[in-house]
Design a protein around this ligand. Structure first.
Ligand code: URA
Length: 202
């Protein structure tokens, strides 16, 4: 059993939040365990709760279309959410729920070790771009500790506001060149460490 599968079992048993009582399934996330790109949405909705899989409803169909537009399939990336249980009535996640679920997401990031993290929507953005506004920073990237963070509107935003659709599509197209750059930087030899330099001292 992989470390991620073990994590799924732990998430399925998690009852840190009240909303765990109402779930049909926890929705840990899915995709390639060594994915270069990790997409992080907000929370499972009705369809996700029924199936235990992320982004399988209407927003998920648009996400699939966005992935196809950059020649990626779901099984080549990893898709997760900030919280793993559906908030009743699809309300926004509460700060306590986000805090309780943070350790699961941190562990996923550690195990997958992606080159790029793409935040989908405000809640996911707030974790990695604190204090920023989505309307200002969508389509922009920040590199920190070897990971490129890229902020996007949530795919569901295009379903509610048709005018955002082309902006979201344009932002998605920025991912391949950012990923190529992130991989090229990772290939650059690291600077020699002091111990290595000592070997050359006379
Ligand atoms: N919206 C999300 O943020 N995540 C899902 O999994 C589905 C819809």
């Amino acid at each position: 059993m992989s470390a991620l599968s073990k994590l799924y079992s732990e998430i399925a048993q998690c009852h840190r939040c009240e909303i765990a009582r109402f779930r049909t399934h926890a929705v840990p996330g899915e995709g390639a365990e060594n994915a270069e790109v990790l997409f992080i949405g907000e929370a499972p909705g009705y369809h996700e709760d029924r199936l235990g899989r992320p982004f399988v409803g209407p927003a998920g169909q648009f996400l699939d279309h966005l992935l196809t537009s950059i020649d990626l399939r779901r099984d080549q990336v990893y898709i997760a959410n900030v919280i793993k249980c559906r908030p009743p009535g699809n309300r926004d996640p509460l700060p306590a729920e986000i805090a309780n679920c943070h350790t699961w997401l941190d562990k996923q990031i550690e195990l997958i070790s992606p080159k790029m993290i793409v935040t989908l929507g405000r809640y996911s953005m707030a974790m990695f771009f604190p204090g920023k506004s989505i309307s200002k920073i969508h389509g922009t990237a920040q590199k920190r500790d070897g990971i490129t963070y890229f902020a996007m509107y949530h795919p569901a935003a295009a379903l509610h506001q048709q005018s955002l659709r082309s902006e979201i599509e344009a932002d998605m197209k920025k991912i391949p060149p950012l990923l190529t750059a992130a991989k090229a930087e990772a290939r650059v030899e690291p600077a020699p460490q002091p111990e290595q330099l000592r070997m050359f001292e006379v």
